[in-house]
Design a protein around this ligand. Structure first.
Ligand code: 6GU
Length: 246
């Protein structure tokens, strides 16, 4: 897989990508991440990439030419006419585990990091294939969002993590939050590991874990349960457990 990133601060990516899972994936030849400075595609000698918004208002807008020509440069380098071009903006669709999984099987995609008050809308209309946000808060620029997305995608690329099982049970992979995990010691400061986990009863452990996942999701992220097939028994048990907590 190759990921190209167009942004205003390529230096921001150096440290995160030279430590994390991304580095291991690159060393093993599974992934290549290439950053580009949008400023290199500016038209004037001052390398201007932003300008005042038409219609007035606060802040600056990223000009279309450097972004569009940056994307064209990437297309030429990679030799792809139709791989996804994702504009990172707080106004995008929410980036989810589902989207990370879909991106993890592609051979190439491009991330465009927005900045200032936004990117000239013609980029979204004519060049970007999608617009994504990583959450309901505003970042200074798309760079941090791009790092988050690359991390989430790269760890799902087959062969990157040690065991393929490790992405199956984790939070969000089945639409539920992950169940609590414990390791030794069995008792620490009087705090005991739930006894079912010490039984070796695999069916009992699986049932406990599913219940814990459901309950945690019901408490913290109830909206996630809308998309989950739950039995009537499970629904009744959730209501009962939640009312017992109050
Ligand atoms: Cl992708 N960009 C910016 N600037 N802020 C964000 C975001 C992206 N996602 C959440 N907040």
């Amino acid at each position: 897989m190759r990921i190209d990133i167009l942004c205003l601060f390529p230096a921001m990516f150096v440290s995160p990508f030279s430590h994390s899972i991304v580095r291991r994936a690159e060393e093993r030849g599974l992934v290549e991440v290439v950053t580009h400075d949008i400023r290199d595609f500016a038209h004037d000698r001052h390398a201007t990439v932003d300008d005042y918004p038409y219609g007035g208002g606060a802040g600056m807008v990223l000009k279309p030419e450097p972004v569009v020509e940056g994307v064209e440069h990437v297309r030429q380098l990679v030799g792809t006419a139709d791989s996804p071009v994702i504009l990172l903006t707080p106004a995008g669709r929410l980036f989810t585990q589902r989207i990370a999984a879909d991106l993890s099987v592609l051979s190439h995609f491009t991330l465009v990091c927005g900045h200032y008050e936004g990117v000239d809308e013609r980029v979204a209309e004519h060049v970007a294939t999608d617009e994504l946000s990583i959450g309901d808060y505003v970042l200074t620029g798309g760079e941090l969002a791009a790092m988050v997305m690359v991390d989430a995608v790269v760890r799902l690329v087959p062969g990157v993590l040690g065991s393929d099982q490790s992405t199956v049970d984790e939070s969000h992979s089945a639409g539920l939050l992950e169940y609590p995990q414990y390791t030794r010691p069995e008792e620490y400061r009087g705090w005991r590991v739930p006894s079912v986990l010490l039984t070796g009863n695999h069916a009992g452990i699986a049932a406990w874990r599913r219940n814990q996942s459901i309950l945690k999701t019901a408490c913290r992220r109830p909206e996630l349960l809308d998309d989950i097939a739950l039995s009537d028994k499970e629904r009744a048990w959730i209501s009962e457990s939640l009312s017992n907590r109050k």
